[in-house]
Ligand binder design. Structure first.
Ligand code: APR
Length: 173
């Protein structure tokens, strides 16, 4: 998985074609990654999200992703992915896998070659760090995405160490 890099840092600093957001189904912002990206992007990002079609408060079902311009962020696009709430949403592994896959498919469809990603569902949504890492690397390591330069921005410890260990063991598989 030579196209995958891990960095310990704030994803708002990413200078990539697309930045993946760890969003919720409303796409109206929140805390964590979502809050940081909206603060850094400015109000245009929320305006772009509000313009997306909404059904009963949902602009993006769990396990899917939507793409918008990136406002003042150093990126062309923000890809808003909605990961599963661990212990609440059904079949979390399948939904987490799907959220990453939809994100990467949108990046390909929009001609992106570099993508910054967070550890979707590993914060408020409570996904176990090692299990989430295994899922993230299984989809990001798919040959279909080998032309994408993928950088995971992990927020400090312990997640950086846990994800690094999983990546190292995945690479040696
Ligand atoms: N840069 C990189 N990683 C970050 C940042 C940041 N600025 N802020 C938080 N993180 C990390 C968290 O520590 C966690 O490891 O990103 C991972 C995902 O955490 P959350 O942002 O809480 O995302 P998630 O668990 O998917 O929950 C989504 O939280 O913010 C709300 O609106 C969002 O309702 C949605 C829910």
């Amino acid at each position: 998985m030579r196209n995958i890099t891990l960095v310990s840092g704030d994803i708002t600093a990413a200078r990539t074609d697309a930045i993946v957001n760890a969003a919720n189904a409303s796409l109206l912002g929140g805390g964590g990654v979502d809050g940081a990206l909206h603060r850094a992007a400015g109000p245009e990002l929320l305006e772009a999200c509000r313009a997306l079609p909404e059904v009963n408060g949902t602009r993006c079902p769990v396990g899917e992703a939507r793409i918008t311009p990136a406002g003042r962020l150093k990126a062309g696009y923000v890809i808003h992915a909605v990961g599963p709430r661990y212990g609440i949403d059904p079949d979390p592994p399948a939904l987490l896998h799907s959220a990453y896959r939809h994100s990467l498919e949108l990046a390909l469809a929009h001609g992106c070659s570099s993508v910054a990603l967070p550890a979707i569902s590993c914060g408020v949504y409570g996904y176990p760090l090692d299990e989430a890492a295994g899922i993230a690397f299984s989809i990001c390591g798919d040959p279909r995405y080998r032309e994408l330069t993928l950088t995971f921005y992990l927020f400090g410890e312990p997640i950086y160490s846990v994800w690094s260990d999983v990546l190292a063991s995945s690479a040696s598989d």
